[in-house]
Write a protein that binds this ligand. Structure first.
Ligand SMILES: Cc1cc2nc3c(=O)[nH]c(=O)nc-3n(C[C@H](O)[C@H](O)[C@H](O)COP(=O)(O)OP(=O)(O)OC[C@H]3O[C@@H](n4cnc5c(N)ncnc54)[C@H](O)[C@@H]3O)c2cc1C
Length: 295
């Protein structure tokens, strides 16, 4: 039996004070779908857990100017149900819908998915492709960190021991921009991704690629941007040849390992095939709202 104290802080100030007093032996509890597993297996042994699942500043989805702000404790099911997310960040809505099962989506939060820092976390590639930033709160105030800098390794982030992730800020997708998410797993539900990927593209009036973001999951120590592939597309026409060249570059630049779900070389083949499919979906009409699924 594992024992720990359970605290439900009413405000962020109480939470920060609690974490300070726990002297690095406290843990934030959001949905608990990762934390409880870690506690039961002995990987985490907090003396006290601080439940933020109902903490007002970490809840809610707000459109503010050109940004969409999501509280860290927003649940995956709330993301799926949000018209604002479907409109402004459709790849994230698609990723949330394809996560696990309805039961897990009703508990699991966006913040928990990010802080766990699994290379296969499904919500991360859409956020990475969209250049999302994170609002972190600690004793010295808030700081805003690009998601790409927050993730430092498998299970590792730059979050300080007594810091909390309060919000995720996503630049809104403009009217000409399309985005898409693809999850490749062994089953259609309750499957950890073998690979996952998200893309966003903005094609100008001249028919050339103005901006593009391609993010790959489960093929490197952290989810990663395929920068070489992106560079190869900017300023060029999205022709079949150019898309194929970009997909090949994405496969070259990822660093997959072999594990129980797939071999490294198999993952690399999947990256090339699914990046090509993702890019074709983005360049056809209709890519903005849908999200791909393993087949
Ligand atoms: C059966 C099952 C299936 C799953 N399937 C998937 C899947 O398909 N895809 C996928 O990506 N994941 C999956 N997961 C993993 C998990 O559900 C997600 O990572 C989930 O989003 C974690 O969110 P949570 O709110 O439950 O996090 P918690 O378990 O509450 O927290 C996770 C970690 O983050 C920390 N934390 C949480 N919120 C904050 C915060 N705001 N500030 C600072 N630290 C914080 C906690 O201290 C803990 O270390 C699955 C898990 C289970 C058990």
């Amino acid at each position: 039996m594992v024992y720990f104290d359970y605290v439900k802080p009413p405000t962020l100030e109480h939470l920060l004070e609690g974490l300070r007093q726990a002297r690095f032996e406290g843990a934030v509890l959001a949905g608990g779908t990762d934390l409880h597993v870690k506690i039961r297996s002995g990987v985490a042994c907090p003396r006290v857990v601080f439940d933020i699942s109902d903490l007002a500043p970490c809840r809610g989805i707000v459109e503010q100017g050109n940004h969409l702000r999501l509280g860290a404790a927003v649940r995956m099911s709330e993301i799926v149900a949000s018209a604002a997310v479907r409109r402004k960040a459709p790849a994230l809505a698609a990723a949330a819908l394809q996560m696990s099962s309805r039961q897990i989506r009703n508990r699991a939060t966006l913040g928990g998915n990010i802080v766990t820092a699994s290379p296969a976390a499904d919500a991360v590639p859409p956020l990475l492709a969209a250049d999302a930033t994170l609002v972190l709160l600690g004793a010295d105030g808030t700081r805003e960190v690009p998601l790409a800098e927050f993730l430092t390794g498998p299970g590792k982030t730059c979050l300080g021991k007594s810091e909390v992730l309060t919000e995720v800020v996503i630049p809104s997708q403009g009217p000409g921009c399309r985005s898409h998410f693809v999850k490749v797993g062994r089953r259609k539900a309750q499957a950890i991704s073998i690979i996952n990927l998200a893309g966003r593209i903005d094609i100008g009036q001249d028919g050339l690629v103005r901006d593009v973001g391609i993010a790959l999951g489960a093929v490197a120590p952290t989810a990663m941007r395929a920068r070489q592939a992106e560079k190869a597309l900017i300023g060029r026409a999205p022709s079949a040849k150019n898309l194929a060249e970009a997909a090949a570059l994405a496969a070259e630049e990822c660093r997959p390992i072999s594990d129980v779900r797939a071999t490294g070389s198999g993952r690399r083949l999947l990256v090339e095939a699914w990046t090509l499919r993702l890019l074709h979906l983005l360049c056809e009409t209709g890519g903005a709202r849908s999200g791909g699924r393993n087949s």
